[in-house]
Design a protein around this ligand. Sequence first.
Ligand code: MEV
Length: 437
Amino acid sequence: MNQPVSGFSKKTKQEKIDWLAENYLQNNPDAVQILKKYWNEDAQLQQLHDDFIENTISNYYLPFGIAPNFLINGTLFALPMVTEESSVVAAASNAAKFWLERGGFKAEVISTEKNGQIHFNFYGSVKDMEAFFEAVKPKLRASIQSIEKNMKARGGGLLELSLLDKSHILEGYYYIHATFETLDAMGANFINSCLEQMAHTFEEEAKHFEPFQQKETYPEVVMSILSNYVPECLARAEVSCKVEELTTKHYEGKHFAEKFVRAIDIAKTESRRAVTHNKGIMNGVDAIVLATGNDFRAVEAGVHAYAARNSYYGSLTHAKIEDDVFTFWIELPLAVGTVGGLTSLHPLTKLAFEILQKPNAKELMKIMAVAGLAQNFAAVRSLVTTGIQKGHMKMHLMNILNQLQATKEEKKEALNYFKENAVSHSAVVSFLENFRM
Ligand code: MEV
């Protein structure tokens, strides 16, 4: 049985690997070699990656791909996408090309406000708390002056402070709701620093508030933290064209548009479908969130909460046909940054920003919304026409061939053969068996 380890983080990288090999990888003689194979030869670059987290033992590669031909508000973009899913970049590229020929994407930022809360207990009189909050508000603001200085100079900072009495849902529970403008920063560190400072001031000032002293009842801060639910930090993207412009070799435009709108309506009303529908949207959004070094867990959490804002979980995209014009759009919350965090630390992230023509946070929000819409268009288009497996398995073919250790020549022959034949794991196995006979 393995034993707990103490002082693990103090061990050198080699010691950590040795410990791991001894305790958890005894049956794999290649384990250490595999870990080391992914080290970077450039010691400085490796050190940079080692420093991102604690206990680093290797690097984990994900493909960095490009989806070109995205026409957004009249400008052409090539989108850097980091993802492991075979068909995501191909689908985005197809959708981009499709809409390039139909006027491209329109995108806008609706709002950019972020928020956080100081959650506290208070069992005294609500009136006293309201009076205290009004009195202490200017002091809370003043207490974050030094934290806020740079952000304020650039036009951002704390916006509003309000008191919320939640004692009807949880006895003695209140919070201070704080809203922020963080400009090009995602702003998590800034918001959390402001909240923690204000929470401290709040508790300290409460000790000197007479009505609290008289009744010997004081507020107690439980925690202070930003919220990843950001429905006031919204981007919107849209495509539209005449339904006849949707006609392709295989489908008549009007019929396709009607089926497409129906598929969106299903995702708007049925959560079981909506979750997968939105997952497909996030295939596109996350790929750019990752490529640009943003926090994909924060974006995911915020987006799915937004999808459930009306007390049921529904689609993030919408579609309609009006006067023979097909319109398809998305609205989603995106708290992302172009400065701070990993954005300027990771060399590939820096490159991703260069590829995107150095966008600010608002421009990045628009690009991500477009990527989500494009991905959803590609997925739903396949779903209501050929089904997704045809395209998906075609893209997955190379993974199966690699899994079966196909040679260069076998891959070439297989790619040729599967142009005309349906891809499945067993079909590829049979193909290779026949070829190898
Ligand atoms: C697969 O990663 C994503 C899809 O399932 C999305 C969808 O069903 O809309 C194809």
